[in-house]
Design a protein around this ligand. Structure first.
Ligand SMILES: [Mn+2]
Length: 240
């Protein structure tokens, strides 16, 4: 039995092929796993559980069906979808987990994060992240009428798209210093994250011990899955 990791699906009604690929993945591949971790930016945007439309309900129902079949599903918020609440969790059967979360993965202390918190070279982004994730502001946002929430989400998205176009790859990547500090804090020998859409496996030495940082791939033109079990770890690419 394996544990699967995915992230950065950016599900939206505008991406029907990726949505279908994900639904097929749940039915065929994920059903054979023990546990599924979704490490953020699952939906392209989440403006509150009370704003679920037909599209969101179809995804929630598919998650529910997998959860009911006995697969444990964990979801971590990303920088695009950090407003999941109890209603979403209850309806989908998904357990919401904090960023960061440290787990014992078949005997290896493994730290899970979305990845945006490690992009500390980009000070402007970190300030923005602090602001929009502030519980007080989130509480106010969730009390706004739906139209205002949609407008504000669209405004933030266009602003970040414009800003990201001008940023260098260096600025947008994780900071090695922050990676090491966080792994040290949790005494983890493995880190798994998404966010940067730059899948890779980085091996380095931390305090004399070999450690690994795995970056998950985004679901851009194909599906991207990390499968881990007792003895091995591999990537699965799902073609549309
Ligand atoms: Mn992200």
């Amino acid at each position: 039995m394996s544990t699967l990791f995915i992230s950065d699906l950016h599900l939206s009604p505008q991406r029907p092929k990726m949505t279908q690929l994900f639904l097929d993945f749940l039915k065929l591949r994920a059903k054979k796993a023990q546990t599924l971790y979704i490490l953020g930016d699952f939906f392209d945007v989440w403006i509150g559980d009370d704003a679920m439309d037909e599209f969101a309900h179809s995804i929630v129902a598919a998650l529910r069906s997998l959860a009911d079949s006995g697969v444990k599903i964990f979801l971590m918020p990303g920088n695009r979808d950090f407003l999941y609440g109890r209603v979403f969790s209850a309806q989908s059967g998904v357990t919401l987990i904090a960023d960061p979360t440290c787990v014992d993965l078949y005997g290896t202390r493994t730290l899970l994060v979305h990845g945006d918190s490690l992009c500390t070279t980009d000070k402007k982004f970190q300030f923005f992240r602090y602001l929009v994730r502030h519980p007080l502001l989130c509480g106010i946002y969730l009390r706004l009428p739906l139209s205002a929430r949609i407008n504000f989400a669209n405004f933030l998205r266009s602003k970040s798209t414009r800003a990201n176009k001008q940023k260098s790859a260096y600025l947008m990547d994780v900071s090695q210093e922050s990676v090491e500090a966080m792994m040290r804090r949790y005494q983890a020998t493995r880190l798994i994250h998404g966010h940067t859409h730059d899948p890779n496996t980085h091996q380095f030495t931390l305090d004399g011990k070999p450690v690994t940082r795995i970056v998950l791939g985004a679901w851009e033109n194909s599906g991207w899955v990390l499968s881990v079990d007792e003895s091995s770890m591999h990537t699965e690419i799902l073609e549309v």
